[in-house]
Ligand binder design. Structure first.
Ligand code: ZN
Length: 180
């Protein structure tokens, strides 16, 4: 098979963000993870705007929490050769630097309309970039594991297997009769 040349738009940004979120525990990661989760929850209210003075519960609480989380970051434009890039307004090192640059990835993915595709796997809880609408798992093995541990699915699957088994048995009986 030939290597896929064209990446999905946003795939580079999303895979950088996802691998940083998955690469350990830190306050910075927890903050950026919470920001992504709030954007995901607000996703369904995309046509509704919350304004100061409105109810501070429910959706209002989400907007206020989001603003509080975002208030800690400061950026400025910097000209580097032919590029103008957004950098942190204060000199950052270590974790704080990565937190600040990953928040920029979150905002770029939002502008591309892709932040809703960055979510936790319903199986292993790892962050993942889902490429299909409605995709809930990071991998086929997580999907299968989750379905196999779901009693409803097991019951349905067992019933299906029994029906298949009965069908085969019937066919075998017919075969035997025909051979006679
Ligand atoms: Zn998974």
């Amino acid at each position: 098979m030939t290597k896929r040349k064209h990446k999905f738009s946003g795939e580079v940004e999303a895979s950088q963000l996802v691998s940083w979120l998955n690469s350990g525990q830190s306050d910075g990661r927890r903050r950026v993870a919470e920001i992504v989760e709030i954007y995901n929850k607000l996703g369904k209210y995309v046509r509704q705007v919350w304004l100061p003075g409105e109810k501070k519960t429910g959706r209002g609480a989400m907007y206020l929490r989001l603003q509080k989380l975002l208030d800690r970051y400061a950026y400025k434009f910097k000209v580097i050769a032919q590029h103008t890039i957004l950098v942190s307004g204060t000199k950052l090192t270590g974790d704080a630097f990565w937190e600040s640059s990953n928040l920029l990835l979150v905002q770029r993915l939002r502008q591309m309309g892709l932040i809703l595709s960055v979510k936790r796997c319903d199986g292993c809880a790892k962050w993942t970039f889902t490429k299909l609408p409605g995709q809930r798992f990071c991998s086929e093995s997580c999907r299968i594991k989750a379905y196999q541990s779901d009693p409803d699915w097991r019951a349905r699957n067992n019933a299906k297997r029994r029906t298949l088994y009965d069908l085969h048995k019937q066919k075998d009986n017919i075969g035997i009769r025909e051979r006679r």
